[in-house]
Design a protein around this ligand. Structure first.
Ligand code: EPZ
Length: 423
């Protein structure tokens, strides 16, 4: 405990090459909407490969508060929502995790009502939920907003044509979940195409939904007939995989990643390859081999899937700090996703930010320093940069990194990194 709140302290001793193989954790951003989806059916759901993360724990607490039984045994989470007795998510649970807004569509589908507080603006800048609300209203929900509280009601949700002005991941998920409780067909146009949307569709199908089209911009939901016990394996976390790939690229090394669909990070692999890394993709593993200073790449422009993921932007930035020249990165998804920059500069990095563009001038060497994590991926980027720096760094972190990474310290250590997490 420091100053009254919990603090994770990452001690990093940089300079080691990374070598070895690493199994990629289950996906955080697939697990969260799937956990919300479990309340659509009164049947028991068993979810395999759910990562141990503080965000997942927050979702399990919400399920329990709603009256569900939710427990974890090793990597498997079992949820039984037969006894769901409440449709309100209290403010303190909403505040723990922004993506709890995904419970809105699921609660409407199951109970015809949902009460939750508005998720606050977060560390990445303004994060409105207007697209979520417009989609649910299209399905017939009445939504009142008062004093930061949302009250959504629907006698009977009705299938509708929903057009999303921007392919928001969360709005697509909320619309898919609510549409499962609607009478008649729903068509979502302009839908997000991220692999997590496909994972949610696969899970909804296993539960008994008639749904198709995820992965394209048009998703159709025809209805929902609950089946018996549902067992489902959460796919691998593409951003965790991207993290190890960028660590190998930035530190130099030879790292093999197991259990992921390499195709899902092809936008990142394209740039790592252009930077001089060997990318070897066979059926059983993805291997990233890097030697010496990287070549500059870019411009790298973040975009909805299959474009370059905003979540991997700080990670690629960390890998490029010692490249032989200038890399440009343009962030188009979030307003404030360069908050890692001043911290990375403490290691000796040269980065100039102008609006939504960051210019990274590669330096020959980085030196260890004391840093403060700003957000989940920004914090991970600081750890990667510290691994590529000479000497010791300390990254102070109010729990951001453990929201999204399962035992990041141990995985990196198993690859030869010198890292200790104190908490
Ligand atoms: C998901 O957030 C992910 N979170 C984020 O992962 C990820 O960065 C993001 O998608 C983009 O890929 C989860 O899946 C739990 P969006 P989400 O709605 O759903 C604007 C991580 O590090 N927007 O696609 O919140 C919004 O402000 C994280 O794991 C509206 O304007 O992302 C943003 O600029 C953080 N109105 C953009 O769209 C809305 O109603 C993308 O947001 C909704 C979104």
């Amino acid at each position: 405990m420091h100053g009254g709140y919990f603090m994770d302290i990452w001690h990093v001793h940089g300079g080691s090459r990374l070598e070895g193989s690493c199994r990629v954790q289950g996906s955080k951003n697939a697990s969260l909407p799937i956990l919300a989806a479990t309340i659509l059916t009164p049947q028991r759901c068993e979810l395999l490969r759910v990562p141990r993360l503080t965000d997942v724990d927050a979702a399990l607490r919400i399920l329990r508060r709603l009256g569900c039984r939710a427990c974890r045994r090793d990597g498997t989470v079992a949820v039984d929502s037969a006894a769901l007795s409440c449709c309100a998510v209290p403010h303190e649970l909403m505040a723990e995790m922004r993506s709890s807004v995904i419970f809105m569509g699921a609660l409407l589908a199951r109970c015809g009502e949902a009460r939750l507080s508005l998720p606050g603006g977060c560390k990445l800048g303004k994060r409105p939920i207007d697209l979520h609300l417009a989609a649910l209203r299209k399905l017939g929900a009445e939504i009142e907003e008062e004093g930061g509280e949302l009250h959504c009601r629907a006698g009977q949700l009705r299938g509708a044509e929903i057009e999303l002005g921007f392919p928001s991941v969360g709005a697509t998920e909320n619309a898919m979940l609510a549409a499962c409780g609607a009478k008649g067909e729903t068509v979502i146009r302009g839908a997000a195409r991220e692999p997590e949307i496909v994972a949610l569709q696969d899970f909804l199908r296993a539960m008994g939904a008639g749904i198709e089209g995820a992965g394209s911009g048009v998703i159709r939901i025809r209805g929902f007939q609950p089946r018996g016990l549902v067992r489902f394996r959460v796919p691998a976390d593409r951003i965790a995989a991207a993290t190890f790939a960028c660590a190998a690229a930035g530190c130099g090394g030879d790292v093999e990643l197991l259990g992921l669909e390499a195709q899902e990070i092809s936008a990142l692999l394209h740039f790592l390859n252009a930077a001089g890394c060997d990318i070897i993709n066979d059926k059983h593993a993805l291997r990233i081999r890097a030697q010496g200073r990287l070549l500059p790449v870019g411009p790298v422009v973040t975009a909805p899937y299959p474009g370059f993921p905003t979540d991997a932007q700080p990670l690629l930035m960390a890998a490029m700090l010692r490249a032989r020249g200038r890399t440009l990165i343009r962030e188009t998804i979030f307003e404030q996703r360069f908050r890692q920059v001043p911290e990375l500069c403490r290691l000796g990095a040269q980065i100039r930010v102008d609006g939504r563009t960051a210019e990274i001038l590669g330096v020959e060497r980085l030196r260890g320093a004391a840093l403060q994590a700003t957000d989940l991926r920004g914090g991970a980027a600081m750890i990667l940069a510290a691994l590529a720096a000479e000497g010791e760094s300390v990254v102070l972190d109010e729990g951001h990194v453990r929201r999204g990474y399962e035992e990041l310290d141990r995985s990196l250590e198993s690859l030869g990194a010198r890292i200790v997490l104190e908490h």
